[in-house]
Write a protein of this length. Structure first.
Length: 338
């Protein structure tokens, strides 16, 4: 059964690529028109970005009392991204990769979920730092729109909500348990007509809250660890901006730091708030429009964005598929049985 599930997931990945064959062909043709003197460093920067995520998870695991190599966590993250794209379930399907790995390694599922939540929160904080600079640049140029302000407020609200849950986990497991129990009741009410039973256990929610408080104990006593993690998150965004700069150079468009930061900020903002996996179809349009509003010619902006997505979306998708298969082969049938 597990081998069948693996085959289905890989098949979904292949079908996803073939379903967008025209787009993939366009990406390949566009990249081939660029200068490889800059395209190769862009690919290298993207690979460093993968490792940066692995290092972030490594420190999160360490803070929560778990130990795992950053290289393996980089592979798990790549696999998670792949799953989220080909089998999106509210953006949550990728976490099963980490949970199945935790089961295989006999780690606490609650702590692994806390690590995932903290990673998202810290990633939001790091990006918000960059976004504030980008919004400032657009405001200075009188290019800031209501849509960008609204999307930024939505992202900030989501970050505050997630931070609130983490705070409850650190200081009051009883309150967090009550919140999780309430959420369990609401979810059970929604799914009851379909499965005719409770999907989530209320007792498990309370125990889960206690596990979370225990896992966050070290973070509460060593808040300085958050500074390092936020630094890694900002570094990750700087790496992605570096890839964008390489695309400008590859197609002989003079890069400007303010254009790079503002363009990336707005594009990545709508990637996060977009309902599509990894902002597919939304990110490309928003980034192109943002670059043209910053006086990058439409033809050049379009080519830059297509090539940029080739490096930051399609390359990670293929690498994620390879990582998913590689982890499955190394760990046997006990892992990644999604």
């Amino acid at each position: 059964m597990r081998k069948l599930i693996l085959a289905i997931v890989l098949l979904l990945g292949i079908l996803f690529i073939f379903s967008r064959f025209t787009e993939v062909s366009q990406v390949i043709q566009t990249i081939n028109r660029g200068k490889w003197l800059y395209l190769i460093p862009a690919i290298f920067i993207q690979l460093i970005w993968f490792l940066n995520i692995g290092v972030s998870y490594h420190y999160l695991y360490k803070i929560l009392g778990m130990h795992e190599k950053y290289t393996r966590l980089s592979l798990l993250s790549a696999s998670s991204t792949f799953i989220n794209i080909v089998a999106p379930v509210g953006g949550m399907s990728g976490i099963t990769v980490f949970l199945n790995d935790a089961k295989y390694k006999h780690l606490s599922s609650a702590r692994v979920m806390v690590a995932g939540a903290l990673f998202v929160l810290i990633d939001y904080i790091g990006f918000l730092c960059v976004l504030m600079i980008g919004l400032g640049i657009l405001a200075h140029r009188n290019d800031l729109t209501a849509a960008e302000v609204g999307a930024s407020a939505f992202l900030a609200a989501g970050a505050l909500g997630l931070a609130g849950l983490v705070y409850l986990g650190m200081h009051s497991s009883s309150v967090l348990g009550a919140v999780l129990t309430w959420l369990s009741r609401k979810i059970n009410k929604v799914v009851w007509p379909f499965i005719h039973r409770d999907y989530l256990s209320k007792d498990r929610a309370i125990q889960f809250a206690h596990d979370i408080e225990e896992g966050l104990c070290d973070l509460k006593t060593n808040p300085k660890d958050m500074i390092l993690l936020v630094g890694l998150a900002i570094t990750g965004k700087a790496l992605l901006i570096g890839v964008l700069m390489m695309m400008f150079l590859a197609f002989q468009v003079p890069p400007s730091l303010d254009i790079l930061i503002a363009g990336f900020s707005i594009g990545y903002l709508f990637l996060i708030v977009s309902p599509t996996p990894q902002g597919l179809g939304v990110f490309e349009g928003v980034l192109t429009l943002t670059l043209t509003s910053l006086f990058v010619p439409l033809a050049e902006a379009t080519v830059i964005v297509i090539a940029y997505r080739g490096i930051t979306f399609w390359l990670p998708l293929v690498l994620g598929m390879i990582a998913f298969r590689s982890l499955r082969q190394k760990s046997g049938d006990k892992i990644l049985a999604i």
